[in-house]
Design a binder for this molecule. Structure first.
Ligand SMILES: Cc1cc2nc3c(=O)[nH]c(=O)nc-3n(C[C@H](O)[C@H](O)[C@H](O)COP(=O)(O)OP(=O)(O)OC[C@H]3O[C@@H](n4cnc5c(N)ncnc54)[C@H](O)[C@@H]3O)c2cc1C
Length: 511
């Protein structure tokens, strides 16, 4: 018997578990995979270390920070080493260039590509977004809980919230409602649509203004740098696991939950593959909404709820290339991160259009053997699962489709390293079926495609007593900061208001 079982060790589940353990709960995290971290796990292959998912991190290498994931690390008293960098390479229809995070250098890019008027629009957008950015960070997610205790924990921040009242109301809608009033330059609009897509899996008319304002608060502050966890995304996961375990929590790997046990209309534990049962007062699912529904005995929850949640719209999946390469005589100006867009006219969410390239061994040599580089290339949330559904992974047809659908990633990478195909010592091509299998995600989806202004991500409570959720299917949505926030909210809701206020005080989160 434990107090809380968490199904899944994604960043959402580990954030929730670590914080609950720190609050004094007995926590057991059951992870299906042999490696923790979900979409953010790292894996070793032939001497290389690869990231399965995230490549863009910010607001994590310093503290205090507004990033909820940083706040979780602070709360559990753990960290990993962070590398910093500021430059991304871009291959866009307008041209190839390097740009830095931060508002100022982007003005130089704009001046060259689009002229003075575009620079003025960009500066105006910065001006307009500034109060929204202040409003977006006025209530820290760490203060949120889904019960009446919020009156005290969120109430602390009421005075600063009142100051931002009118801006807060705008933040609940899509970012396009702000962007449309300020930006007419097509390149800036396309650029912003791309940033939105990276944040939420949707373009500006589906991404919440709050999420973009939060990004502006982080990415456009003076001296901003991007972060990368030394040792890969797995090092960040390891820090969260240490945080869980040092407060007495347990992580069980290769422990696939087959069913949530319901007794007397209450979730009371889980049954693992193989039949073992673990009982708990509360079960929290970090699996996606569709994967969670598969675990709940259907008679124990209202049919209306099942129907509604099952119909949650979903983002598409991914193609991945994981490459280990010979780095001899490699271009000396190699960057850690690149973005390539084929054609803005297709729309930023179109399949085979946007490619991200991450070469983290440029800043962390430990990720590859000496003289080599470790590369992760992916098409984020845009590869249709339907093209792959039902295919036999050993068939010739599958192999051929893998080759043809990965071509867009190879050609993007050739712009960075022209002879890349001759340098590969390890080549792994991942499809939506790989993504579904190794990340245990329904249809390999990036997550729910809930459009801002049209719907809201659900909170962590469910109609089944004793069952809560966290992760990218709950508020505030997709991405590392968001899923850490969802984990915090679920943990805060379970603990006493006193414990919660004490944690806010320790984190130095002031109103
Ligand atoms: C390729 C890629 C690139 C990305 N890039 C970025 C980025 O640059 N920056 C950023 O902020 N975000 C990025 N994201 C998004 C971010 O990684 C995810 O939103 C986040 O990691 C999801 O975390 P989660 O906790 O919600 O769920 P997940 O990571 O999906 O974790 C859920 C866990 O539950 C486990 N599980 C599922 N079912 C069961 C079961 N029945 N029993 C036991 N365990 C189970 C799974 O194995 C998994 O470990 C990216 C995602 C991907 C895939």
């Amino acid at each position: 018997m434990t107090d809380v079982i968490i199904i899944g060790s994604g960043i959402g589940g580990l954030s929730c578990g670590g914080l609950l353990a720190r609050y004094g709960f007995k926590v057991t995290v059951c992870e299906s995979h042999s490696i923790p971290g979900g979409a953010a796990h790292s894996f070793n292959y032939k001497g290389y270390k690869f990231d399965s998912g995230p490549s863009l991190y910010s607001g994590l290498s310093y503290s205090p920070s507004n990033n909820p994931l940083r706040q979780v690390l602070d709360a559990v008293g753990e960290d990993c080493e962070w590398a910093n960098y500021s430059t991304w390479g871009c291959f866009l229809p307008e041209g190839d260039f390097n740009t830095k995070v931060g508002a100022e250098q982007f003005c130089e890019v704009l001046l060259k590509l689009r002229g003075e008027k575009a620079v003025q629009e960009w500066r105006e957008l910065q001006r307009v977004m500034s109060p929204y950015a202040d409003a977006a960070i006025a209530i820290p997610p760490a203060a949120l809980r889904l019960d009446l205790g919020a009156v005290k924990t969120v109430g602390k921040f009421a005075p600063s919230l009142i100051k931002h009242f009118f801006n807060v109301s705008k933040l609940t809608g899509p970012f396009s409602s702000i962007m449309d009033g300020v930006v007419s330059d097509p390149f800036i609009r396309n650029w912003l649509n791309m940033l939105c897509f990276l944040l939420s899996g949707l373009p500006a008319d589906g991404t919440s203004a709050a999420e973009v304002a939060f990004m502006f608060a982080d990415w456009y502050r003076p001296g901003v740098m991007l972060d990368y966890p030394m040792g890969g995304s797995g090092a960040l996961v390891d820090a969260l696991v240490r945080g869980l375990e040092k407060h007495g929590g347990k992580l069980l790997l290769q422990s696939h939950v087959e069913k949530i046990i319901v007794e007397n209309k209450r979730a009371v534990g889980v049954r693992l593959r193989g039949g073992k049962e673990i009982k708990a007062n509360t079960v929290i699912s970090n699996a996606s909404v569709w994967d969670t529904l598969k675990l709940i005995p259907s008679e124990s929850i209202p049919q209306q709820f099942i129907k509604q949640r099952q119909a949650t719209p979903e983002c598409e999946s991914f193609m991945h290339l994981h490459l280990g390469i010979d780095a001899r005589d490699i271009p000396s100006d190699l960057q850690c991160h690149y973005i390539s867009v084929k054609d803005w006219q297709l729309g930023i969410t179109a399949p085979q259009n946007l490619v991200l390239i991450s070469i983290p061994s440029v800043i962390d040599a430990s990720l590859a053997p000496p003289g080599k580089h470790s590369i992760h290339v992916y098409t984020p949330g845009s590869e249709p699962y339907d093209l792959w559904q039902g295919m036999d992974r050993n068939s010739e047809e599958y192999l051929q489709q893998k080759q043809s659908r990965s071509e867009i990633m190879w050609s993007a990478l050739e712009k960075v390293i022209p002879d890349i195909r001759d340098r590969c010592e390890v080549t792994l091509i991942g499809t939506p079926l790989t993504h579904e299998r190794y990340l245990r995600r329904n249809r390999g989806s990036y997550g729910p495609a809930i459009r801002a202004g049209k719907g809201l991500f659900p909170g962590s409570n469910t109609p089944l007593k004793g069952l809560m959720c966290c992760g990218d299917s709950t508020f505030p949505g997709i991405g590392l900061p968001a899923v850490a926030a969802s984990g915090m909210i679920a943990a805060n809701t379970l603990t006493s208001v006193e414990n919660h206020l004490e944690m806010l005080k320790e984190l130095g989160i002031k109103s």
